[in-house]
Ligand binder design. Structure first.
Ligand code: ADP
Length: 560
């Protein structure tokens, strides 16, 4: 800009200077030509007067000092010329000044020489005898003058150029400096030029717009970071060149890269070849996913291309933790295998007894005994199928079951009542203590917990033993304890008795009709109800199982 302004001012100044010079010179030239013409006319008048008085003798010895004197007769014949022999000169009648003098008494004219380098000024006057006296002087023409004055003109030109340059420099600086000093951070604080105020106002509004947009972007970025930071899934965003644009802490941890690897090439930063291959595939526009082991867990890595206008503009890589899912799948597979296995034994027994009876190999007196066995095995199967179904429903979250106020004490009363018969057979006494405690829960689940716990307390009790069922409120909880004086559980089994199909003494449990699912149902139901289960057992002395239900209004119950 500085150069342009300088050039413009310089050229303008130079042009103005040269024009002024040329015009001044032209005006001067015209003025002096006029003066010269006037003087020549005066001289002609004086000479004419002298010639009239003295006759042709006036010309003798006349010093005309650069002035040409010509005397012409009325018919145009040259009578005298101080420069040329008059007889050799052509007739002058046609000359403009002569014509004017003959007709009006005096005349002037200016004519250029053939080369245009010189011009002559003529003044003619008619004498009384009708002849015409003409005086002329030569004057240099403008081109000749310029040629003659080349040196001073060159000097003037140099001066004009220097002056123009100086002027242009000063002016350029004066114009540009305030622009250079503009405070663009606060455009409206500048008061230098009124002409650039609209531009500054526009700049200010754009800056404000930019600031608000960048603020919004920052906010969105912060929101995005907050969301992705709290994600347990790994999330990586890459551009079309495979450069990392964003990576959340979970992904950085799983891929063993530093979270500040933004801008790095994913293939270089990440050392997991399988994931790099997925990203490579996604960069070609194809979705790719694979489950793999990462930092001790099972993860599903999914790389999806982000397309805009049909071309891949980036890739989103997601890493989902599927460890629990896989575990649940394994558990379900194991459970199915266990159920099949558990069902096989009573089925074989039933089939065996029935076959013997069918073949008539059972004497009539034993028929009753065999039928009882078949019935017992069938009951075991029924129990197993019922428990399995119950567990399956719990696995599904018991979503079809109704939540309502449930009185644990009343549920305990029903369980005790139901199990009094089997208890009496073993000479076991069941005692119910405590008070009414109403929780918010699912009645079937609470009954299931109570039935299984009291049933175990009776089943694994000694003859003549005691079972104490107690319900009481304690620290915003309804506490249910089922204590027995039975065989107890050895410490090494205590943590495992809640596993599905786990029995401390398989044959004994089967003998007394256990499925190995009772405590699993208790644990699962308690989980759904938000209750905690504790087991305290001493082999040979007895077992105490405590279930703590949150009472309505407590923090734990609010979370439900
Ligand atoms: P089961 O149907 O076999 O009783 P559970 O899941 O209810 O299955 O119990 C698992 C195992 O824990 C039982 O086989 C038994 O060995 C042991 N057990 C459970 N409750 C008691 C108890 N009150 N006293 C002693 N052992 C118990």
């Amino acid at each position: 800009m500085t150069k342009r302004v300088f050039r413009s001012i310089f050229l303008a100044a130079l042009a103005v200077l040269l024009c002024a010079l040329a015009l001044t010179m032209g005006a001067l030239h015209t003025y002096f030509t006029g003066v010269q013409l006037e003087q020549l006319e005066l001289q002609t008048a004086l000479t004419a007067h002298a010639l009239e008085n003295e006759g042709v003798g006036y010309f003798d010895g006349l010093d005309t000092a650069g002035c040409r004197v010509t005397w012409i007769s009325a018919d145009g014949t040259v009578l005298f010329d101080n420069r040329t022999n008059s007889s050799s000169m052509e007739n002058h009648l046609a000359r403009e000044e002569i014509q004017s003098a003959l007709s009006g008494g005096s005349g002037t004219s200016i004519r250029y020489s053939d080369t245009l380098l010189e011009r002559s000024i003529y003044a003619a006057r008619r004498l009384e005898d009708g002849t015409v006296l003409r005086l002329s002087v030569s004057q240099k023409s403008v081109p000749q003058l310029v040629l003659d004055m080349a040196k001073p003109i060159a000097l003037v030109l140099i001066l004009a150029v220097a002056l123009s340059a100086l002027l242009a420099d000063r002016l350029t600086r004066n114009i540009v400096e305030p622009i250079n000093e503009l405070n663009l951070d606060e455009p409206l604080s500048n008061r230098n030029y009124a002409e650039i105020q609209p531009l500054l106002r526009r700049l200010d509004s754009q800056q404000r717009q930019l600031r608000s947009q960048s603020q919004e972007l920052k906010l969105k970025q912060r929101e995005f970071n907050t969301v992705t930071r709290s994600l347990s899934e790994g999330l990586v965003l890459l551009n079309s060149g495979g450069t990392i644009l964003s990576i959340n802490p979970a992904a950085a941890r799983l891929l063993s890269v530093t979270p500040n690897c933004l801008g790095a090439d994913f293939a270089v930063a990440n050392r997991n070849a399988a994931i790099s291959a997925l990203v490579e595939k996604a960069l070609t526009g194809e979705k790719a996913e694979q489950s793999l082991a990462l930092s001790g867990g099972e993860y599903l890595a999914a790389a999806s291309p982000v397309k805009s206008d049909g071309t891949v503009s980036g890739v989103v890589l997601l890493l989902f933790d599927v460890t629990e899912q896989r575990k649940a799948e394994d558990l379900r597979r194991e459970f199915t295998a266990n159920v099949s296995h558990e069902l096989k034994t009573p089925l074989h027994a039933i089939s065996g007894y029935a076959e013997l009876m069918k073949d008539g190999l059972v004497p009539p007196e034993d028929t009753r005994h065999f039928s009882e066995k078949i019935y017992a095995e069938a009951q075991r199967m029924v129990q197993l199928v019922e428990d399995t179904l119950r567990l399956s429903r719990l696995d599904e979250g018991a979503e079809d079951m109704q939540w309502s106020p449930v009185d644990i004490y009343e549920a305990a009363e029903r369980a005790v009542q139901e199990l009094t018969g089997p208890a009496e057979l073993k000479d076991v006494t069941i005692r119910l203590e405590g008070e009414h405690c109403v929780i918010r829960g699912i009645a079937q689940l609470v009954s299931g917990i109570l039935f299984n716990l009291v049933d175990n307390a009776v089943k694994y009790n000694k003859d003549g033993g005691l079972v104490i069922v107690r319900v009481e409120p304690e620290d915003a909880q309804a506490v249910l304890t089922v204590a027995d004086t039975g065989i107890g559980i050895a410490p090494e089994h205590q943590a495992r008795v809640f596993e599905r199909f786990y029995r401390v003494d398989k044959s004994h449990s089967k003998e007394i009709g256990g499925t190995g699912l009772g405590l699993s149902i208790v644990k699962h139901a308690a989980l759904i109800l938000g209750a905690a289960v504790e087991l305290d057992s001493t082999p040979g002395k007895g077992t105490i199982v405590t279930v703590r239900f949150p009472l309505p209004g407590s923090d734990a119950a609010e979370k439900e």
